[in-house]
Design a protein around this ligand. Structure first.
Ligand SMILES: [Zn+2]
Length: 346
């Protein structure tokens, strides 16, 4: 199934929700909802929000937005974010009468892993009609969608409020992780995205090619294939690719082709040659595409030099910090005449 996520930042505008100990529900919930949206999108999952700004949105408008966008389908997961002013039992999840508790259990497990207290997930019925859900987010969102109301903690309880202030995004991340697990898509942790060796994992999205991904991350198709042990250029949506981390030094030796560039121009900027660039980048032609990343050979990596117009043994020797005699000896040269295109060992 191609799951879609609805993130419901509860309350908004004059409806501030629960408020105590420096926490205002509408604001904190918008903050964590925005966070979740970015996280899901970074892993290629479609997301809509019921509100993105501090405004009043009625339950009817929320339901309409969800139904008009994704319809009444079982691949629609609705995450309604709240805090409570009662209790103090930690995080709670309320699920719909029509659904199982599977998703809710995963969410609470992950939240518990962050150190927050949790209780068992539950359903809540309308007192006037016990066949119906108590909350509109369950009751009015069709027969197939999977809505959960997540209550992260109680703002009245000073300990809980302090936890919420410090760890709200951690709880949000826990929900993201649980949902990814539930929908069976690869989860990429936030830490991995921000730093460290594995920091640059990328989830392949519809329409991606190795070439585009290589350009986006300042690397090459060959490098991506090597790192991911790919034997072909075919990608699958949802596939997780390792992206090489690029040191500052390496970054300096990468050049992104701009409109009007030629290999000749780039070679002259970096004091190298077209044939050297072609060899170093495994290029079979000298046609470039805008956005293509070219590796620039560093002096150490060069063991050969292709003679260019205007070169002399003297300037080549100086360029590589060797003597003319050494250069001649290494290349068995009997005189000082060079030909353009001649390859010298350095
Ligand atoms: Zn609320």
């Amino acid at each position: 199934m191609d799951y879609k996520i609805v993130i419901d930042a509860s309350h908004g505008g004059d409806d501030i929700g629960n408020s105590a100990n420096g926490i205002v529900e509408k604001d904190l919930m918008l903050q964590i909802s925005n966070y979740m949206k970015d996280r899901f999108e970074s892993m290629g999952i479609p997301v809509i929000m019921t509100r993105e700004t501090d405004e009043i949105i009625t339950p009817e408008e929320r339901v309409e937005k969800i139904m008009n966008t994704y319809g009444d389908n079982s691949d629609v997961i609705i995450l309604s974010n709240h805090v409570t002013s009662g209790g103090g039992a930690g995080a709670e999840v309320v699920y719909a009468l029509r659904n199982s508790s599977a998703l809710s259990n995963l969410i609470l497990e992950e939240i518990e892993n962050t150190g927050q207290n949790t209780s068992l997930p539950y359903q809540r019925r309308l007192p006037s009609n016990t066949r119906k859900d108590y909350y509109f987010i369950h009751r009015d969102t069709g027969e197939y969608t999977q809505p959960v109301m997540i209550i992260y903690g109680s703002v009245n309880n000073p300990d809980e409020a302090a936890k919420l202030k410090n760890s709200a995004l951690e709880y949000a991340e826990a929900v993201v992780k649980a949902v990814m697990q539930y929908i069976g898509k690869p989860y990429i942790s936030q830490d991995m995205n921000q730093n460290g060796i594995e920091s640059n994992a990328y989830v392949v999205q519809n329409g991606d090619t190795l070439y585009q991904i290589a350009n986006r991350y300042n690397t090459t198709v060959a490098e991506l294939k090597r790192l991911n042990q790919l034997t072909s250029d075919n990608l699958q949506i949802g596939q997780v690719l390792k992206i090489p981390t690029v040191s500052k030094e390496q970054k300096d030796s990468l050049y992104t082709v701009k409109s009007g560039d030629s290999l000749y121009k780039i070679a002259s900027i970096y004091d190298t040659t077209v044939s050297e660039l072609m060899k170093y980048n495994n290029l079979s032609s000298n046609l470039l595409q805008v956005g293509q990343v070219i590796r620039i050979p560093t002096v150490n990596s060069r063991d050969t030099y292709v003679v260019r117009s205007g070169d002399s043994l003297w300037n080549i020797a100086r360029k590589f910090n060797i003597t003319v005699d050494e250069l001649k000896r290494k290349n068995n040269l009997t005189n000082n005449l060079l030909q353009i295109g001649q390859v010298l060992k350095i």
